[in-house]
Design a protein. Structure first.
Length: 126
C-alpha cells in the first residue's frame, strides 16, 4: 500500500495520476514488472500456477497454440492489472492460451531471459 498526501487535493490528484500512469505502462525488462514476494513477475507466477493446476497433463502444453483471442485477452488483463486479474478455466483450451501468454511475455522482453553470453555453456550441458 502507498499513502500520499500533499498540501492540497489538486497536488494529491496529480501525484495519484502520475503513479497510476507509471504502474499501467508495459515494462520491457523483467525487473520493471510487478513482482511477487519471491521476486517473480506476477504474470509469470499466475501463468505457471494455472498451467500447473489445469494443463500439466495436456499434451504439448508449451508447444501447441491456444485460442488467439483468449490469449490476447488474458495477456491484456494481466498486464493492465496483474494483482486483481484472475484466470478462469473456461475450457480445455484455456491452459494452452495461458501457456501462449507466458511465451508472449518472454518474447516481448527487451533482453533475453538467458543471456547469449552463456548459451554455449548451456548447450555443453545437454
Amino acid at each position: 500500500a502507498l499513502y500520499v498526501e500533499c498540501c492540497d487535493d489538486l497536488c494529491t490528484g496529480k501525484w495519484f495520476s502520475a503513479i497510476q500512469d507509471s504502474l499501467s505502462m508495459s515494462p520491457s525488462v523483467v525487473e520493471d514488472y510487478r513482482l511477487t514476494a519471491d521476486n517473480i513477475p506476477i504474470i509469470v507466477d499466475k501463468c505457471l500456477r494455472f498451467v500447473a493446476a489445469y494443463g500439466i497433463r495436456s499434451e504439448g502444453i508449451y508447444r501447441r497454440n491456444g485460442k488467439i483471442s483468449e490469449a490476447k485477452d488474458i495477456y491484456r488483463r494481466l498486464t493492465e492489472d496483474p494483482v486483481r486479474t484472475h484466470i478462469a478455466s473456461t475450457s480445455e483450451e484455456t491452459a494452452y492460451a495461458v501457456a501462449d501468454v507466458l511465451r508472449q511475455f518472454f518474447r516481448r522482453l527487451k533482453s533475453p531471459l538467458i543471456p547469449p553470453s552463456i548459451h554455449k555453456d548451456i548447450y555443453k550441458l545437454g
